[in-house]
Design a binder for this molecule. Structure first.
Ligand code: HAM
Length: 422
């Protein structure tokens, strides 16, 4: 888990800004759910045989005997909220987006964190393939808006309850004959979660996978035409995609469409092998969690992975507005008055800075010089008593004395003039 220090904040803010604007445009409402949920929500929703549930959840038992889990992902909590607040009776689809931290006890490796931020979009109550295509388009648009080019969408369909059981049988019988050549993990997957054999990265499993039956050849008519329509949408919008028959994803709730988005170029010899975003359709999840049957699809992206890329690509940010006024003070009364005055400047939206912790005028002026401000205000003991203040123009060196209660108005005029001359 990592801290997010001040210099990192601009990346999170930039991503948040792009995501929230796009969410707004496409009519998504923001949702926040608690970081702690009942463990059962995830074990049921994500699936007992998945790596996330078996190995990666931060579970705890409360004093009251409840079993809770730090959210490893948002889809199950969003569906829980959809059911809990009766959103099934609203006009469908209900479109929700989110931005916040998730927790997974991952093995330490590049691109995998134990606390990481996700943003995501979920469309609930829509079975048409246009929703799947739009979700993919939204993620692609966001990444492009963040100036990430060279993206590729990997897409597959893993069928539904009609066609997947038959395909799984075919796959099991194919793999059984080759079990001795599989890696240790895949031997286990063969019994527990056979589809996951397809996305194994071990060398020895690649040859076996290559010859394996492919799900796309065994989709039922409905899944087949749903998938075909999505590809047609993607062709129409010109989004770059690859059909990847080995893409199955690590969460059990998916039906039909699954997708992931990758960055394809290596930057300074560093390859970005991890997906930036992933998602798909999950038509059975709402029913599984106790609601009505609800067709739905969505996706989520990893904020830290995106930030890593932005840093590697040396993304530039517009410089933050710099302070134009520096407020110096000398003596107890002046310091007291300065605090109030600073508030007046804040309300007037004039970026003003200070060094209230320093008592010597010289030290304060040094700081003002370093910051390169246009004006320094000097509130000494005499001025504080008289209710005046000195304005010093740092460019010309000229000084003038004005009434304290007029200084904000005067500075407003001076800065406006400066702006019009620039
Ligand atoms: P996921 O593929 O597990 O899907 O996570 C989505 C994204 O979160 C990944 O593509 C990756 O960028 C980021 N991510 C996942 N784990 C980590 C980690 N340990 N460290 C850093 N980044 C990570 C889901 O979570 C689904 N809920 C997505 C979804 C939404 N499907 C339908 N709706």
């Amino acid at each position: 888990m990592h801290d997010i220090l001040p210099e990192e904040q601009k990346y999170y803010q930039k991503i948040y800004e792009v995501v929230s604007n796009i969410a707004d445009f496409y009519g998504f409402g923001k949702i926040e759910t608690p970081v702690l949920e009942e463990t059962e929500l995830f074990s049921k929703g994500i699936g007992l045989a998945t790596d996330v549930v078996k190995e990666q959840m931060y579970n705890l038992k409360t004093k009251g005997g409840d079993f809770l889990t730090l959210r490893p992902e948002w889809t199950a909590p969003v569906v829980r909220a959809y059911i809990q607040y009766g959103m099934q009776s609203l006009s469908q689809p209900v479109k929700l987006w989110y931005f916040g931290p998730c927790y997974r006890y991952e093995r330490q490796q590049a691109g995998r964190y134990r606390q990481f931020w996700q943003f995501g979009f979920e469309v609930l109550g829509e079975k048409g393939s246009v929703a799947d295509a739009q979700i993919i388009q939204i993620f692609h648009n966001i990444l492009e808006e963040l100036k990430l080019k060279n993206l590729i969408i990997q897409i597959n369909s893993i069928g539904d309850n009609n066609c997947r059981p038959y395909y799984k049988k075919l796959l099991v019988s194919y793999l059984r004959g080759r079990e001795t050549s599989l890696c240790l993990d895949c031997k286990r997957r063969l019994r527990e979660n056979v589809l996951r054999v397809l996305d194994c990265k071990e060398e020895k499993c690649q040859i076996i996978k290559r010859e394996a039956p492919q799900i796309l050849d065994h989709l039922c008519d409905e899944c087949h035409s749903h998938f075909k329509e999505i590809l047609e949408f993607l062709d129409e919008t010109g989004l770059p995609y690859n059909l990847n028959p080995y893409l199955v994803r690590g969460l059990d709730y998916y039906t039909k469409t699954v997708f992931e988005i990758f960055f394809t170029k290596s930057v300074e010899k560093e390859n970005f092998l991890n997906a930036l975003a992933g998602g798909g359709r999950y038509d059975k999840l709402a029913k599984l969690l106790g609601g009505k049957e609800t067709s739905a699809c969505g996706g989520a992206a990893g904020v830290e992975r995106i930030i890593k890329l932005m840093k590697n690509l040396e993304m530039k940010f517009p410089k933050e507005a710099e302070a134009q006024v520096f407020l110096t003070q000398l003596g107890v009364l002046a310091k007291k008055k300065s605090l109030r005055l600073l508030e007046d400047f804040r309300r007037a939206k004039i970026k003003t800075t200070e060094a209230f912790g320093r008592d010597s005028l010289k030290a304060q002026l040094n700081k003002a010089n370093r910051l390169g401000v246009k004006y320094v205000l000097i509130l000494g003991q005499k001025e504080a008593l008289e209710g005046t203040i000195i304005i010093k123009n740092m460019g010309s060196g000229k000084q003038e004395i004005v009434k304290l209660d007029k200084v904000v108005g005067t500075m407003k005029k001076r800065l406006k003039k400066l702006k019009s001359e620039a």
